[in-house]
Design a protein around this ligand. Sequence first.
Ligand SMILES: Nc1ncnc2c1ncn2[C@@H]1O[C@H](COP(=O)(O)OP(=O)(O)O)[C@@H](O)[C@H]1O
Ligand SMILES: [Mg+2]
Length: 479
Amino acid sequence: MRQPLSQKQTPPFMPAENHFPKKAMVSSTARDLPEHRKQVEEACHRMEVFAEKMMENLTAENANAVEVSLRLVDEADLYIGIFAHRNGYVPEKDNPRQISITEMEYDRAVERGIPRLVFFMHDDHPVKAKDVETGPGAEKLKALKKRIGGERVVAYFESPADLRAHVIQAISQLKNEYKKEHGEPPHRFHYVHPMSKPPEVYVAHPYTLLQAVGLIGRAPELNLLTDWITNTPPSGGQGGLWGAILNIIAIGGMGKSALTWHWFDKIAPLERPDLAGRFWWSFYESDAYFENFIIRALAYVGRKSVEEVKKIAKPEREDLLLKILDTEPHLLVLDGIERILIAYARMDAARYLGDDEYDRRTANYVAEAYGLPESAAQSFTGEARLRQTADPRAGRFLRRLSKVKSSRILISSRLYPLALQTVTGHPLPGCQAIFLRGLSDDDALALWRHFGVSGQRDELLRMFHTFEKHPLLLQALAG
Ligand SMILES: Nc1ncnc2c1ncn2[C@@H]1O[C@H](COP(=O)(O)OP(=O)(O)O)[C@@H](O)[C@H]1O
Ligand SMILES: [Mg+2]
């Protein structure tokens, strides 16, 4: 399998088609390659490609393993195949050629004509005996590798870190190729997942920034979120964190999306297994304007196609959506909703104003909110106009949303939407606000050390305090 050095360095390459790579399906056997998979995920993250969660434990019990895994290929615009010395799981049923899932995935990628990046383990790569399959599996794998190798250039990796470097190089080449042929990816480029059916989660726009690090700390905030979604209205209607809408408010880069995403993805489904559905929507994507949100949300919770929903008159769409949310317990996340507020909809302003300036200009203040410093407790409601929704219908809809009984809506935003506030600056009934602050000392240090940078605790903390342990700045410094 050894090949000349010059070729060994050549990244696998395939001309980019009309896709600017945004979402990759990483195909590999799981048990023998956990570290490699992690490295590939990190490489994708570096290159701003979303690496679809790979199937961790495919066994005969996963009756629909094949279906799930092929759907992942269908949803991806880039295939990354990692091949070591295991053939992996071969489903018994409906599998006339008795081929492995990884082989099916590869074939599906070929069929779809998406770019394929393929990496083989180099002969010099150390392996454990248990990670080398023997018998018929080994024969199958050999034949597959021969087929793939004959089809295209394959790169060889000698370690997980080497694989990571290869993946970064290959994606970067793919992106350059795309740009050469099609110019810069269109500004309005976006990725929207195909619709799924509840109770299966529907993530319209994946949040990719946590792939490499994972959420660090934020235990108190996670607990607040869990309290909120598990709490029922206290008798008498006073006290406790409950209500239809919870707003997480902070300046950009403070970790709103990271916190929200981790909780939505990992915790909420465990704490509320009874949820009828979970829906994640980010207003950062260019397709994510208000009406599109209504259409997608209704299609999802109403189990309809987008086309069907589009035939319904606009006001009726909202009524239908609210009715379902009122009776069925869904969890909706509206990430980055400041984008539909006047302050941010005015792009010219966005270019000149810093976040703090926004807070000041827009009177970003909510009475009795969690975590809001005393210094902010001044009422300047007159200036809050910039916190109105650019589309008045959106504001009206948000108000109605705060009254739904069964569902819970988590909003993250730089600015607290004026629509969810009373004239006295209090949140509307059914709404809560948490102002997110910087990380705790220990969490800030943990995030710092994750990047392998050293330093003495006290000195580091002194430095971190100068920017309030803001996670994005912290990352930027560490990087
Ligand atoms: N608690 C945390 N642990 C690890 N990474 C974090 C944490 N909070 C924020 N980050 C990272 O900091 C960056 C900014 O966070 P993000 O949630 O996107 O900010 P926001 O949504 O508030 O603008 C991202 O790269 C994110 O992954
Ligand atoms: Mg965000």
